[in-house]
Design a protein around this ligand. Structure first.
Ligand SMILES: [Zn+2]
Length: 171
């Protein structure tokens, strides 16, 4: 289901109406429990694939997860000093991942190679600044570290309210 065929543009954040997570805001869960949103969307997709029959939460989830993969950072690439950043590097270790707000770069191949050079002989993974990455790591602590890095790189470091998160994803 792609977002264009959905015919849905929300005008406010979505709060879950029932169940264990009642009252939770989907936009904030993008940072706090992304894998749950993916799982939930997949469950709903099994029940219904027709946008005309989907309920609002289902549509909102599809919209939100798609938006999470098209956000842009205005941070300038520290490697070339020219383009906005699009990637960050992750080193997997025994005790979880290591990431840093300095180990970021634009889409330029030279910049990505510089990042690899900065990893001190280890082989980093150069990943895009897209929310799907949060579902690519299974440990909660790793997901949390990446979500915090995203907040920093997307200019959302201050207390994140529902409205602020919604504006960010709607942008
Ligand atoms: Zn660059």
């Amino acid at each position: 289901m792609d977002i264009d065929g959905l015919g849905y543009t929300p005008d406010s954040p979505y709060l879950i109406e029932s169940g264990k997570r009642v009252g939770k805001c989907l936009e904030l869960l993008m940072f706090k429990d992304y894998p749950f949103l993916v799982w939930f969307k997949n469950e709903r997709n099994k029940e219904c694939k027709d946008p005309n029959r989907m309920n609002k939460m289902h549509k909102h989830l599809i919209w939100l997860l798609a938006q999470g993969n098209t956000r842009k950072s205005s941070v300038v690439c520290p490697q070339c000093g020219r383009n906005p950043i699009t990637h960050f590097s992750v080193i997997r270790g025994k005790f979880g991942i290591s990431i840093s707000a300095n180990h970021i770069c634009c889409d330029n191949q030279n910049c990505k190679e510089k990042l690899i050079g900065m990893a001190g002989g280890k082989m980093p993974e150069i990943l895009p600044l897209k929310f799907w990455v949060l579902d690519y790591f299974s440990y909660r602590s790793d997901q949390r570290a990446i979500a915090n890095l995203f907040r920093k790189l997307f200019g959302l470091e201050e207390r994140l309210t529902r409205e602020k998160a919604f504006e960010f994803f709607k942008r």
